[in-house]
Write a protein that binds this ligand. Structure first.
Ligand code: LLP
Length: 415
């Protein structure tokens, strides 16, 4: 049986039996390579973890919204969590129906709200009383009723990186827990709104179950208070946030996460909506890059310079995220600690110090692991670098799912 996921082979690191050096040889670097088998397995594992409790898994597009990846998830039965008008459009093109899309986002523009209302999405997750009023006004003008949810800010520390913790009062997201019930009651009386759900999302790469459970409890309490007032919700949306293991430790245990949420939600009988991103696609992707220079400064610090950097994968520069980096084909020699850096003119353009790597030479291929989530979607054209190419391995063959951006494409909007 061929191995699935990323594994060693006679031709070096392989993905579902395909040596990934072949992809780099054919398409150049930097290039993301995704394993469809891993996306399938992880989506199903996530979905199965909630067992028979009525639930819908709305994949968070922001983690990876390349069309082929979305189409794959759509065929697996995922719904979509879109965070902008652009993500709604891309979800539609990937085949998601409006009834399969929830729309989140702390600053939705009027045109984005109008699009959401006219499509009739499953829910617009509103972030304030003002936004609910604006949605109502749009819906009434269009003679429609918009399905809405209210995002609650439970003032809970997710204990993740400060940049990606979203559930405390100092963060810009949602409405304070204590104000939620009153805002919902008011919204439920508006003609243009159908009050469908409560929503919470306290952060990303969360590695402890306690804050997630606490957030679920807080939301269910508000739902009960509303039910007592005759406002019955369709479901509660517990957002995303499940942390993955970027090395041998860390991450959140899926079974533990699901049972904690179910313990809070199941007694209420309310169906669940979940919005995982990273969990589904993070471990399913690697970024392939070639070494373009190797040098040692006086004092002994060695820099391995790659043709991928913060423009292709911003996570290390922005959050100090540590991704494992491995040579694609085995290299002989004793491993030593090196700085692995990108080509961009900033010292923040670094994948970190003290990566234990064997001696590498110019042109060697390396893989930056677990970059399937928030890799390609956060890429930029800084330094006029083109958006990277992306390939998907499925059924023992790879296909290019996004061509490397050309300079003409980059300049197409300019005069
Ligand atoms: N739902 C909402 C409302 C969100 O804001 C997010 C992520 C998710 C779901 C998905 O969260 P996940 O399951 O992937 O943790 N760029 C950062 C992560 C930012 C996450 C933003 N919101 C990173 O590279 O770590």
């Amino acid at each position: 049986m061929t191995e699935t996921g990323f594994h060693d082979s006679e031709e070096g690191l392989a993905c579902d039996g395909v040596p990934i050096a072949r992809v780099a040889d054919a398409e150049g670097t930097p290039i993301y390579v995704y394993a469809a088998s891993v996306i399938r397995d992880r989506f199903r594992a996530f979905d199965d973890a909630f067992g028979a409790h009525p639930h819908a898994v709305h994949y968070a597009l922001k983690a990876n919204s390349t069309l082929a990846v979305l189409r794959l998830l759509q065929t697996l039965g995922a719904g979509a969590d879109a965070n902008s008008g652009g993500e709604i459009d891309v979800a539609r093109r990937a085949g998601f129906l409006p009834s399969q899309i929830v729309f989140t986002g702390v600053g939705k523009r009027p045109d984005e709200l109008a699009k959401a209302v006219s499509l009739g999405l499953k829910a617009i997750n509103a972030e304030s009383a003002g936004e609910l009023a604006r949605i109502d006004a749009i819906a009434v003008a269009e003679g429609k009723q918009a399905n809405v949810a209210l995002r609650v800010n439970p003032d809970i520390e997710a204990m993740s990186h400060p940049h990606i913790s979203t559930g405390a009062h100092r963060n810009k997201f949602g409405v304070a827990l204590g104000e939620a019930a009153a805002i919902c009651r008011e919204a439920a009386m508006r003609r243009g709104l159908r009050f469908a759900a409560l929503h919470v999302h306290i952060g990303s790469q969360i590695e402890q179950v306690a804050p997630l459970r606490q957030a679920a409890r807080a939301v269910v309490e508000v739902a009960r208070a509303l039910a007592a007032d005759g406002i019955a919700l369709d479901y509660v949306d517990m957002g995303g946030g499940v942390g993955i293991a970027y090395d041998d430790t860390g991450g959140l245990d899926l079974a533990e996460y699901a049972s904690a949420l179910l313990a809070e939600v199941a007694p209420s009988g309310l169906p669940l909506v979940l919005e995982p991103g990273r969990f589904v696609v993070g471990p399913a992707g690697v970024l392939l890059s070639r070494v373009v220079d190797v040098k040692t400064h006086p004092g002994g610090r060695t820099f391995v310079v790659l043709d991928a950097g913060m423009t292709e994968c911003l996570r290390s520069a922005l959050y100090g995220a540590r991704h494992r980096i491995v040579p694609v084909t085995a290299r002989v020699g004793t491993a030593s600690g090196v700085d692995v850096v990108g080509p961009v003119c900033e010292s923040s353009d670094s994948f970190g110090s003290d990566h234990q790597l064997p001696p590498l030479a110019v042109d060697d291929l390396v893989a930056i692991l677990d970059t399937g989530a928030y890799g390609a979607t956060m890429a930029s054209n800084y330094n006029r670098r083109p958006m990277p190419a992306e390939a998907l391995v499925d059924g023992g063959a790879w296909t290019l799912i996004r061509r490397r951006q050309t300079i003409d494409a980059m300049l197409a909007q300019e005069s």
